[in-house]
Design a protein around this ligand. Structure first.
Ligand code: ATP
Ligand code: MG
Length: 173
């Protein structure tokens, strides 16, 4: 029986979502079934959405709008989609259909008030032994960090954004 882990990628530097995608690639290569749920994202332009079409065993679902969420004043649709994402996550981790479930930007969804921390903690507690669970996004809450087995913080040392370089295909999306 595999010892499944809860892993968190947080911090203010670039590389949290890409770290989770790297783990997804590794798991797919091992014949594992992977579900990525992207919170607060709703654009079909992401490379990982397109790549999933080529990779059996990888499913990517977006539960957000393509527009930015307003901190402190989220649109009702933002909240509804985030809650849908959490429900899907619950079903997915207990279904036995996935070895790895990645909740991309869920930390931000909590920080922005789209989801309650308590509900995410309940989800973490309900994880069956064998499933690996990953939570990404800056501002991981203290409770989430406390209950994770592994937490890595990506710290910004430099970001090309500060040179005015805009987001690019294959780098940012
Ligand atoms: P990536 O998706 O590239 O792995 P990330 O998940 O670590 O980045 P997020 O906090 O989710 O980063 O930010 C989403 C977007 O903001 C990404 O396009 C990323 O390049 C950009 N970004 C990340 N860190 C910084 C930063 N320190 N300054 C400016 N933009 C950033
Ligand atoms: Mg990210």
């Amino acid at each position: 029986m595999r010892r499944g882990l809860i892993m968190v990628y947080t911090g203010d530097g670039k590389g949290k979502t890409t770290a989770a995608l790297g783990l997804a690639l590794r798991a797919v290569g091992q014949g594992q079934r992977v579900l990525i749920i992207q919170f607060m994202k709703g654009s079909p332009q992401y490379g990982e959405i397109k790549a999933a079409a080529y990779l059996p065993g990888l499913t990517v679902v977006q539960k957000g709008l393509p527009t930015f969420v307003k901190k402190g004043d989220p649109a009702p649709e933002d909240v509804r989609l985030a809650r849908e994402g959490l429900e899907l996550a619950k079903e997915a981790i207990t279904s036995g259909e996935y070895d790895l479930v990645i909740l991309d930007e869920i930390n931000v969804a909590v920080d922005y008030g789209l989801l309650r921390e308590e509900d995410v903690l309940v989800l973490m507690a309900s994880k069956p032994e064998r499933v690996n669970l990953v939570l990404t996004g800056r501002y991981a809450s203290a409770g989430i960090v406390e209950r994770a087995d592994m937490v890595s913080e990506v710290r910004e040392v430099k970001h090309h954004f500060r040179q005015g370089i805009p987001s690019q295909a294959g780098i940012e999306y």
